[in-house]
Design a protein around this ligand. Structure first.
Ligand SMILES: [Cu+2]
Length: 482
């Protein structure tokens, strides 16, 4: 454990510096303008490992997990957390830490109004735990960083699914290890379906596709290189720049940025429209036509793409502004399409009057040999309550980035969702729409105001930077709902 933590410390610096200091002279020299495909720097420094050309492997859709028991009102699932050797790059064996042996864990599809009990068994040789990102769950099932599952032990998490339909994901949250563990594969989708949403007749079944985007660096022997500055290989559902065969009809694409420390800015084809219907906490009040989506680490956006707008045989590329092609959709067949995109989806309720306002400033202590992550000047301490709030109350939090230019952050709050009111006095961006649990806090952001209504549950939850190298380095606080 101590060895692994030491390694993590180095990784924290590397990963943190990668994104946060992207404007530093040193990095600009190494990485001017970011890597582009075809640029030799797009490959890892010691790239003896073969990264295939784009669009040579198919994109899988992670398997959906069947409940082992489905009784009145309760579904029971079992998932092993286990080391596994997986194929990410074709023909290359990569050791990973997985849920259920899959590099992108099995998708858990839950139903609103039905409790899911998920028993996780830790078959990894170190402590780990599980956080349901975006889940409204009791504190005892939230994966508090020090509330871990010992090796060889099992733990059943209770997910009440009292929130509306949404694209959530589950991942490790063991303090100090979350960055490395998630990087090595402890991530999977958790989708909540609700009847009202189903009634809208958005694309369903095989036309409802979760897509996990992330990046990775590979050492020459095929292992995932966690300490690497650069993570040049972009993966969609665990494969490098894959293709995905689609029918000429509407699809719901549930896009998740599961990269530890990266911002994707996505466009489709030659400026094709992606109709956004959902964000972190589920459906927007109305569909929003978008041509460019920005997803910081852990953010989700659900979009409807109508591939019938493209001639059969078209190849439509999803592209990231920094890394280039991410995924190619090949329009290969016709299909019936009874799905719709209604003009009204799910109304957003009015925000209750706030009873408190608080500031949360995110920064590094750069005076130390290893940068330490801080919120309001304090590194994470699991035994200290940083913010106590009243259950059911509404507050306005002003999130600021206290670091010098070049240091980006993200802000994530557990237990609930919030709404972005404004950014430094300006209107929120389209990427801030709807119910959010994670927002981008770029360099220079001083006052992003969010309104949050706390749930009726009580207990200790964390809020943190979701660039996981930053939270692992201490950029995390404890809030107690009382
Ligand atoms: Cu950060």
């Amino acid at each position: 454990m101590s060895n692994r933590r030491t390694v993590l410390g180095l990784g924290a610096v590397a990963g943190g510096m990668l994104v946060t200091a992207k404007l530093s002279t040193e990095l600009l020299e190494r990485w001017p303008g970011g890597a582009r495909p075809g640029d030799p720097r797009f490959r890892p420094a010691a790239a003896a490992v073969d990264v295939p050309p784009p669009f040579t492997v198919p994109m899988p859709v992670p398997k959906e997990l069947r409940p082992v028991i489905a009784s009145a009102g309760v579904d029971v699932f079992r998932v092993d957390m286990t080391p596994a050797t997986v194929e990410i790059l074709p023909g290359v064996r990569t050791p990973a830490l997985t849920f259920g042996g899959q590099f992108v864990g099995p998708t858990i599809r839950a139903r609103a109004g039905r409790t899911a009990l998920v028993q996780f068994t830790n078959r990894i040789d170190m402590e780990a735990n599980v956080h349901l990102h975006g889940g409204h769950v009791p504190a005892s099932s939230d994966g508090f960083p020090t509330d871990v599952i010992a090796p060889g032990r099992s733990r059943t998490y209770t997910y009440p699914n009292t929130q509306p339909g949404a694209t959530l994901w589950y991942h490790d949250h063991a303090h100090g290890m979350e960055a490395e563990d998630v990087y090595r594969g402890l991530h999977g989708f958790y989708l909540i379906d609700d009847d009202a949403e189903r009634g809208l007749q958005l694309p369903q079944g095989e036309y409802d596709v979760p897509i996990m985007l992330r990046d990775a660096a590979f050492a020459a022997d095929g292992t995932l290189d966690f300490a690497s500055f650069a993570r040049p290989v972009v993966l969609a559902n665990g494969r490098p720049q894959p293709y995905f065969k689609v029918a000429a009809r509407k699809y719901r694409l549930r896009l998740l940025n599961a990269a530890n420390t990266r911002v994707f800015t996505l466009t489709l084809g030659e400026g094709a429209t992606m109709t956004q219907v959902g964000s972190d906490g589920g459906l927007l009040p109305a569909p929003v036509p978008r041509t460019e989506l920005t997803l910081a680490s852990a953010e989700r956006q659900d979009v409807i793409v109508d591939f019938s707008k493209f001639p059969l045989g078209s190849q439509v590329v999803l592209r990231d502004a920094t890394s280039g092609p991410v995924l190619r959709f090949d329009v290969v067949r016709r299909a019936a399409d009874a799905s719709r995109v209604p003009a009204a989806l799910r109304p957003l309720p009015p925000i209750p009057a706030a009873t408190a306002e608080r500031d949360v400033t995110m920064s590094f202590d750069l005076s130390r040999p290893m940068p330490v992550g801080m919120l309001n000047g304090h590194a994470f301490d699991a035994n200290r309550v940083d913010i106590a709030v009243r259950r059911g109350s509404t507050e306005i939090w002003r999130i600021g980035n206290g670091d010098p230019p070049g240091f980006d952050h993200t802000f994530h709050m557990h237990a609930t969702h919030f709404r972005v009111l404004d950014r430094d006095g300006k209107a929120p961006t389209p990427d801030d729409a709807g119910w959010k649990d994670t927002i981008y806090v770029p360099a220079g952001a001083r006052n992003i105001r969010v309104a949050v209504t706390f749930p009726q549950t009580t207990g200790k939850y964390v809020y943190h930077c979701h660039f996981l190298e930053h939270s692992a380095a201490g950029m995390m606080g404890v809030m107690e709902i009382q």
